[in-house]
Ligand binder design. Structure first.
Ligand code: ATP
Length: 236
């Protein structure tokens, strides 16, 4: 569904991503793990069209998207839930969700999607009139995911959904990710510093270090790998 081949990305003279190749098959949850500054966020931004690649290509459903505009990429079925959630604090919960439907025009469709999001995250229904800024971190993460789902994506890019959340809340968010795959057949590329949580829900993973793919494998393989355990799980 999503394939990256030899992708290079620069910030001026900083070579942030170096010849990265990876793929995500339909219905898979794939984790991209790595320390601060490894290039994870940069890579997701390039997939969703927010950054340009300086080399290589990105294919989504067989179509090259490396030079497409972000709104076109959303229309093709790929939605990005950014790092730190980035909800619009002064706006209501409902209006934040409706922003995610900007690619759609049919009111009935939008209302049905909104109902579906509220069924999935009842706390958002309860607080639909409140300012997004008043929500807790976990609720804001649900809102950010809900907003991305309003575009009816087939593939979701999730950037550190567990960041700054208590372990229990983090687990709840990851449970929602698994449910979305099960119930909607959603494909997920999940970026996480917390390798343990990410690999607990992912089918496969890639380990990124200073812009390069260092290792890849099934979650079981990575969880058992000596280097991964030492560098990312604080063991051995
Ligand atoms: P984090 O978990 O902290 O978000 P990350 O793995 O997502 O880390 P990136 O944010 O993608 O890493 O950063 C990759 C590299 O690109 C780092 O060396 C970083 O310093 C550099 N970088 C990121 N954003 C910029 C920018 N706007 N200008 C210059 N260099 C940048």
């Amino acid at each position: 569904m999503l394939t990256l081949r030899n992708v290079d990305i620069h910030y001026g003279r900083v070579h942030a991503v170096r010849r990265v190749s990876l793929h995500v098959a339909p219905g898979e949850i794939v984790a991209l793990i790595g320390a601060n500054g490894a290039g994870k966020t940069t890579l997701l931004s390039a997939i969703s069209g927010l950054m340009r690649v300086s080399g290589g290509d990105i294919e989504f459903d067989g179509r090259c998207i490396a030079s497409e505009k972000p709104e076109r990429i959303v229309r093709l079925g790929l939605s990005h839930v950014p790092e730190r959630r980035l909800v619009f604090g002064p706006m209501s919960v409902a209006d934040n969700l409706l922003l995610g439907a900007y690619t759609k025009f049919r009111r009935r469709e939008v209302a049905a999607d909104l109902d579906e999001i509220y069924a999935m995250f009842p706390v958002l229904r309860d607080r639909h009139n409140q300012q997004a800024a008043a929500l807790s971190g976990g609720e804001q993460q649900m809102l950010a995911i809900g907003r991305a789902l309003m575009a009816r994506p087939r593939c979701l890019l999730l950037d550190e959904p567990g960041m700054g959340l208590a372990p229990q809340i983090c687990k709840e968010i990851f449970r929602h990710v698994v449910t979305l795959r099960r119930d909607k057949g959603l494909t997920v590329l999940l970026v996480e510093q917390n390798a343990k949580s990410a690999l607990a829900v992912a089918d496969r993973g890639y380990v990124l270090e200073t812009g390069r793919v260092l290792l890849s494998g099934t979650s079981e393989e990575l969880l058992a790998n000596h280097d991964v355990r030492r560098a990312y799980l604080g063991r051995e």
